[in-house]
Design a protein around this ligand. Structure first.
Ligand code: MG
Ligand code: MG
Length: 258
């Protein structure tokens, strides 16, 4: 069941996703060698609650934290831990959710810890650009497959692996609504995109093989070859004239400059 949102509902989703963007910016300011991923989780939880929202991930299907923090070969769903200390040259994917005024925000950003190798930097940039390529297809009259194919084609043109086991999703009063939004697929296929749909587009792109392993902790997903992975996520409202991106990465990127 795909729920179409009213303009008022889209604005509530935007409020949530701007708060997620601000939370990711706050987390980004704390990312440096020596910090634990648990410390980042605490920063996020306090920031979200101070802004009148609730961390949407905390307790979701039993998830024990406010953020998913996934380092290097971890693709997504890493559990924050005081034992996981960031080191110079790591990359860290931070996925954040909020719940406020009856709606959910959900966005993700991959950060560099200090200086990272050029090939790792390229993986991050290409994954973010794949997100933009997919987002450009999120307009009424297109199909989910147009989004999926745009992400896949761009990422694969660099020889990267596109994760198959996890995908984007509809977003609304619940974090995971229909339709699923895979990062691979064929143009012209899949559900029709309609005015008022809100979807999360979230490429998970591996430097090496697309194959992933689900860890014994019940959550963490890592690359099978242990090469790094990147993850960026936008919440996007589908409009007649094109995509309306509800997430704002410029908030994060401006915070990183200061
Ligand atoms: Mg997310
Ligand atoms: Mg999501």
């Amino acid at each position: 069941m795909i729920y179409l949102k009213t303009d008022e509902e889209i604005e509530l989703l935007r409020e949530n996703n701007i708060l997620v963007s601000k939370t990711l910016a706050e987390v980004g300011k704390h990312i440096r060698p020596g910090v634990s991923t648990k410390e980042l989780d605490t920063v996020a939880e306090e920031f979200i609650r101070a802004h009148g929202a609730v961390p949407a991930f905390l307790g979701y299907q039993g998830f024990p934290a406010s953020l998913c923090v996934s380092v290097n070969e971890q693709v997504v769903h890493g559990i924050p831990s005081s034992k996981c200390i960031l080191r110079e040259g790591d990359i860290v994917s931070v996925d954040c959710g909020t719940f406020m005024k009856g709606f959910v925000g959900d966005s993700a950003y991959t950060f560099a810890v200090g200086e990272v190798a050029a090939e790792v930097w390229q993986l991050m940039e290409v994954t973010k650009e794949a997100l933009h390529k997919g987002t450009a297809q999120a307009k009424a009259g297109n199909r989910v497959g147009d989004v999926s194919a745009a992400v896949q084609e761009y990422a694969e043109s660099f020889g990267y692996g596109v994760v198959r086991e996890l995908e984007g999703h509809g977003l609304g009063r619940k974090m995971h609504e229909d339709p699923g939004v895979p990062n691979y697929g064929a143009r012209g296929r899949g559900p029709l995109l309609k005015e008022g749909m809100v979807i999360c587009i979230e490429p998970m792109i591996n430097m090496g093989t697309k194959a992933v392993v689900f860890e014994q902790d019940g959550w963490t997903v890592r690359t099978r070859d242990r090469k790094p992975a990147a993850h960026f996520e936008f919440a996007v409202a589908v409009r007649k004239n094109g995509p309306d991106v509800l997430t704002d990465f410029s908030i994060i990127e401006n915070a990183l400059k200061n």
